[in-house]
Design a protein around this ligand. Structure first.
Ligand code: AMP
Length: 184
């Protein structure tokens, strides 16, 4: 199964992705985690990405597309994956469509988690990540609305999109997602 999980920062994409990956035996690919690891390891990618991430802006499409292409082409992603944090722009979504075709992957499904802004800010301030300061959070929400919200529209026209309200109990939300994916 090939899945994308969309939603604003703080919606619970990471938490839900980990659970779904385990349940469905698919690979969890978080671009945020890949970038944070690169920063910690001090690689050239990390050096390029750090300031951009700290400001809550987006790392360039070319870099991100390169990362995802490599990750989903790998053996451990062939049986299925859940992309968490990608695509974040229309360009990334369009490129992903071509890469999927190139690799012969079919049947992409999109889970979209919706949640209110005040709840998002509350959750992010509680996470304690370096890019979770109030100023950066505001910018990340702005970037999300401007650049990432159109990605849902893109998939509404071509793939199955499952809209979920993300407030509430983690395992209840997880069960809801599973039921929707299984068409119940
Ligand atoms: P996340 O953990 O998904 O909230 O990502 C943390 C940060 O990594 C974001 O605020 C961006 O700066 C960067 N990032 C992660 N995924 C992407 C992406 N697909 N495109 C551009 N930047 C990204």
């Amino acid at each position: 199964m090939y899945l994308i999980i969309l939603g604003p920062p703080g919606a619970g994409k990471g938490t839900q992705s980990v659970l779904l990956a385990k349940l469905l035996s698919i690979k969890h690919l978080s671009t945020g985690e890949i970038l944070r690891k690169a920063v910690t390891d001090g690689t050239s990618l990390g050096l390029k990405a750090k300031a951009v991430m700290d400001a809550g802006n987006l790392v360039s499409d070319d870099i991100m597309i390169g990362i995802i292409k490599e990750a989903i082409s790998a053996n451990d992603a062939k049986r299925g994956f859940i992309l968490d944090g990608f695509p974040r722009t229309l360009k990334q979504a369009i490129e992903l469509d071509s890469i999927m075709i190139e690799l012969g992957y079919d049947g992409l499904k999109v889970i979209n988690i919706a949640i209110d802004d005040d709840e998002l800010v509350r959750r992010m301030l509680g996470r304690g990540r370096v890019d979770d300061t109030e100023e950066t959070i505001k910018n990340r929400l702005r970037v999300y609305k401007d650049q990432t919200a159109p990605v849902r529209e893109h998939y509404m026209q071509k793939s199955a999109v499952f809209d979920i309200y993300g407030k509430g109990n983690i395992s209840e939300i997880n069960s809801k997602i599973i039921s929707l994916l299984k068409g119940k």
